[in-house]
Design a protein around this ligand. Structure first.
Ligand SMILES: Nc1nc2c(c(=O)[nH]1)N[C@H]1C(S)=C(S)[C@@H](COP(=O)(O)OP(=O)(O)OC[C@H]3O[C@@H](n4cnc5c(N)ncnc54)[C@H](O)[C@@H]3O)O[C@H]1N2
Ligand code: MOO
Length: 394
């Protein structure tokens, strides 16, 4: 067997095969999950002017001990009442603009109201500036409030809107074809003979894409025949990315690589130093990036996590494409790793991270129970229980 390509090199090469798509402008309401194509600057100050953070009474700190004469009302959505003179107060509500002259708010729980006279009932007396949100205290016009390449989640959308934006420039969604191959595959829910298996990877991989800005289509259960695989690949050439599942290894019926080459595909690499996922293949078919994932469910999931999702993020304009690794304490001894980096299906909780005893990449039961991939780099030394190890949350 020739030298296997190290994982990091393979990730770099896959990302080098892709390209960021030209951006588009969308109404903010339609931009959930997209990556910002440019830094977003605030178009307004927030708050636009000093405003009250409480329901109560606006006062001048200079006459903090009261009593005060009530001269008007300030509510959210209306301009403030006239300026306060010494000894005066205005009724004010949360979110209302402060009247000129006022610099402090006393909560209504801390006063007694007697007609137009308002008295302080608590000791100590008010603190200067208390319960006032100052103009520009959140952000000022021109401030960068969101970074190019960051993902617009619910909070990001809220931020864009409060900063004054009705539309945003975002990365486009790559078109992705998911092609599964195998004579043994049957449709979900269909009865299986002993030599058959439900096509679970198709649903699993498509589901992994559903959380990303991608337009995917599925070409399921292509037979292990050269012509059929070539036809499927040809039919997806309008896509930015073709991902195949299964038929990536070296068996006589593993025809993805031969079909890819027959159509003139340019192989970038095949086989990497990783477990599971060794038979991963990557290349270009014209303008389309092709990733061939191994068929075992554990291998398909791990390679999709480490290669396919990052590639989609790259096309969609993400700043950070690779999965985030976090630290946890291993609850078990981990043996030294040889040349293939390992991604162990594991369970992480407050007590630490525990890799499952069985790491058979064909076992969906283990994959489905896991909530983490415990990362073990190639040539990592033995790590006893209690060591800190990296993991990817799944
Ligand atoms: N002589 C060697 N044999 C194998 C090697 C090797 O290096 N030398 N590599 C092994 C490794 S590692 C893996 S992983 C598998 C991957 O093989 P393929 O990508 O060719 O996958 P298949 O043979 O088509 O399928 C493997 C397994 O997964 C099931 N499968 C496939 N597609 C689906 C699907 N869409 N849904 C559910 N299950 C699927 C398939 O029925 C097989 O059971 O090769 C090793 N062999
Ligand atoms: O990707 Mo294979 O799992 O190493 O069996």
């Amino acid at each position: 067997m020739g030298a296997l390509l190290p994982l990091e090199d393979a990730q770099e090469r896959v990302l080098a095969l892709g390209k960021k798509l030209p951006p588009e402008t969308l109404p903010v309401q339609e931009a959930l999950g997209r990556y910002l194509a440019e830094d977003l600057a605030a178009l307004r100050n927030q708050p636009a002017a000093d405003m009250s953070a409480m329901d109560g009474y606006a006062i001048r700190f200079a006459d903090r001990s009261g009593p005060w004469q009530l001269i008007g009302e300030c509510k959210a959505g209306s301009p403030p009442c006239r300026a306060l003179e010494p000894g005066e107060t205005a009724r004010i509500f949360t979110g209302a603009l402060m009247p000129d002259g006022a610099d402090t708010v006393v909560m209504q729980e801390n006063v007694a109201v007697d007609g137009q006279e308002i008295r302080l009932t608590t000791d100590p007396s008010p603190v200067k500036g208390r319960h006032v949100r100052h103009a520009g205290g959140d952000f000022a016009q021109g401030d960068r409030v969101l970074e190019a390449g960051s993902r617009l989640d619910a909070r990001g959308l809220g931020q864009a809107v409060i900063a004054g934006h009705g539309t945003v420039q975002v990365g486009n969604r790559p078109k992705v074809a998911v092609i599964s191959t195998g004579d043994e595959l049957v449709q979900p829910g269909e009865a299986t003979d002993l030599h058959q298996i439900p096509a679970s990877n198709d649903v699993m991989i498509s589901a992994m894409l559903s959380d990303l800005p991608a337009v995917s289509r599925s070409l399921s259960r292509i037979p292990d025949q050269m012509d059929a695989i070539c036809t499927a690949l040809e039919s997806a050439r309008d896509c930015d990315i073709i991902v195949t599942i299964g038929g990536a290894s070296v068996g006589d019926h593993d025809l993805v690589s031969p079909a890819f080459e027959k159509l003139g595909g340019k192989l970038d690499f095949w086989k990497i130093a990783m477990k599971p996922g060794k038979p991963l293949m990557a290349g270009k078919l014209g303008e389309t990036t092709v990733l061939a994932l191994p068929g075992n469910p554990g291998s398909a999931f791990v390679t999709a996590t480490l290669f396919l999702l990052p590639l989609i993020r790259l096309y969609a304009g993400a700043r950070d494409c690779l999965p985030v690794q976090q630290p946890a304490i291993t609850t078990t001894d981990l043996p030294a790793v040889e040349k293939r980096a390992q991604f162990l299906r594991a369970r992480v909780d407050q007590g630490g991270i525990t890799a499952y005893d069985s790491q058979d990449s064909a076992k969906l039961s283990v994959l489905a129970a896991a909530n983490a991939l415990l990362c073990r780099p190639a040539h990592a030394p033995e790590q006893p229980a209690g060591s800190i190890v990296p993991y990817i949350a799944i």
